[in-house]
Design a protein around this ligand. Structure first.
Ligand SMILES: Nc1ncnc2c1ncn2[C@@H]1O[C@H](COP(=O)(O)OP(=O)(O)OP(=O)(O)O)[C@@H](O)[C@H]1O
Ligand SMILES: [Mg+2]
Length: 481
């Protein structure tokens, strides 16, 4: 037995969830990196602005020798130091960048201490531009300028580089999202295919098989499915079909026995007539035994023999019908089958009902004769019962317009008809309008079952007070059952 479908589906969804989670984690990791890059760019840009501010004041100082400019430059440098320090701290997992910032930090400290020195001497000597000859006059302007420039150049480079990296990450992120969408789409398609082939298709085949059961085809379902659940479902359905088969056979059999009960009195009556004839013929022959009229006695005995044959035929028909058999279609002559059936039910037909059977001798059917006989008996008796009060005519004819692949015959009566409200129910088991003990309501239900077993169908057309026609269609091609 294969792996259970529940396990397969659970496994597939597990794999799907794992892959989606991994993709999501990878995406989240990239987003974090990107957020960090943006944070670095932000703080470096702030740092750059602050240091540029410090350099502006430092430049102003060398132009006008205002102490305040120097103080401002020092203030901005203190601020820059804090910003840079903070930036370095968050770069624990980017050692290369941290190293570069450290170098800039060292330069910044140098720069700051030069400004600090300048501040102290300015406070002390209060230089102006014309003091250039003073020995304490700050001679390291270029040095300071260079330091400031180096720091800004370095940080600008870093910002540029980080910006470039962030842009590349955004571009790659787009491609990554696209790949992720394709992976998820492909996986969804694969799952959809899997579900289609392993769930939908078997379910469709089972649905198809159940439809066949509803149509009366009780053959076992043959589905090549490997999953455990479907194997056990199909096994259960097949068990059910076998059980239904058994029950339907039992029903046909019990309805046949019931019909036999009805038929026996009629058949007994049918046998009584020939027996009476034979008996009177023999009596006459016995009385006239001594007489010479040999021709008359031969005639009587020949008639008696005919009556014996008639009785034998009736008994044979009854025996054949009552034998318990399973469904077995064979080639039969339709007219002969009707004659045999009529022989059985004749005793049940009251004198006010005329039988009108008009069939040619050459119609051959591939059917189970016993079962079709049962269909005929059910239909004829229903017609006869419908005409019980007023009498009428019961006809059996072939249909005029039928397809090549089927043969159709009609059983028509001029009885009371079936009200429209009953038409949809007459084939239901146990539906009867007859008094308790007179009808079981199984006749048409069994008839319907037998015709479906033959791959055929039955239709009804009825008008209240005018009569009813049942049309039975049977395929001419051999049934595969
Ligand atoms: N030819 C017909 N004319 C009028 N009503 C009919 C005819 N055939 C069937 N019916 C109606 O359909 C009902 C069901 O018929 P069905 O043969 O299944 O059961 P039944 O004749 O009542 O009982 P039984 O099981 O003894 O045949 C009948 O009770 C009757 O009302
Ligand atoms: Mg009936």
């Amino acid at each position: 037995m294969g792996i259970s479908l529940r396990r397969k589906i659970s496994f597939i969804f597990f794999v799907f969830i794992v892959i989606c989670s991994l993709l999501w984690l990878a995406n989240d990791y990239r987003n974090n990196l990107l957020a960090k890059k943006i944070q670095i760019i932000d703080s470096q840009s702030t740092f750059l602005n602050t240091i540029l501010e410090a350099r502006r004041y430092e430049k102003n100082f060398f132009l006008y020798f205002e102490l305040n400019d120097l103080k401002q430059a020092f203030h901005y440098l203190t601020l820059s130091e804090k910003i840079l320090n903070k930036s370095i701290k968050i770069l624990y997992n980017e050692p290369a960048l941290a190293e570069r910032l450290n170098r800039s930090y060292k330069k910044l400290i140098q720069y700051k201490s030069s400004i600090e020195k300048l501040l102290t001497s300015q406070k002390e000597f209060n230089f102006s531009k014309i003091d250039a000859q003073n020995e304490n006059y700050p001679k390291f302007q270029d040095n300071i300028r260079n330091l400031g420039k180096q720091i800004t150049d370095d940080i600008e480079k870093i910002v540029k580089q980080e910006r470039f990296q962030a842009n590349t990450m955004i571009k790659k992120g787009r491609i990554y999202l696209f790949i992720m969408a394709i992976v998820i789409l492909t996986m969804s398609i694969v799952i959809a295919f899997f579900l289609f082939f392993s769930v939908n298709r078997p379910l469709k085949s089972i649905e198809h098989a159940i439809k066949k059961i509803v149509e009366g085809d009780y053959t076992n379902i043959d589905i090549k499915i490997k999953s455990k659940e479907f194997v056990s479902l199909v096994t259960s359905l097949n068990n059910m079909i076998n059980e239904l088969n058994k029950r339907s056979e039992q029903l046909i059999q019990s309805k046949k026995l019931a019909s036999l009960g009805t038929l026996t009195s009629g058949v007994a009556h049918e046998l009584n007539n020939p027996l009476n004839n034979i008996s009177s013929s023999i009596q006459i022959v016995l009385e006239e035994l001594a007489d010479d009229n040999i021709d008359f006695k031969r005639e009587l005995l020949t008639e008696a023999e005919k009556q014996v044959d008639r009785a034998k035929d009736t008994i044979k028909a009854l025996l054949e019908f009552s034998r318990e058999t399973t469904y077995k279609p064979v080639m039969v002559n339709f007219k002969a089958l009707i004659d045999k059936t009529v022989r059985l039910i004749k005793g049940e037909v009251p004198t006010n009902v005329k039988l009108d059977i008009n069939l040619s001798d050459d119609i051959q059917l591939f059917v189970d004769p016993q079962r079709i006989q049962q269909v005929l008996i059910n239909l004829i008796l229903n017609g006869v019962h419908a005409m019980e009060e007023k009498g009428g005519m019961l006809g059996i004819r072939l249909c005029t317009d039928t397809r090549k692949t089927e043969i159709c015959f009609k059983v028509h009566d001029t009885g009371k008809g079936i009200p429209a409200t009953h038409l949809s129910k007459i084939f239901d088991p146990f539906f009867t309008t007859k008094d308790v003990g007179k009808g079981s309501g199984l006749g048409l239900s069994v008839t319907h079952g037998i015709i479906e077993q033959h791959g055929g169908r039955i239709e009804v057309d009825s008008k209240v007070n005018e009569g009813t026609t049942f049309s039975v269609f049977l395929p001419t091609t051999q049934s595969d059952e």
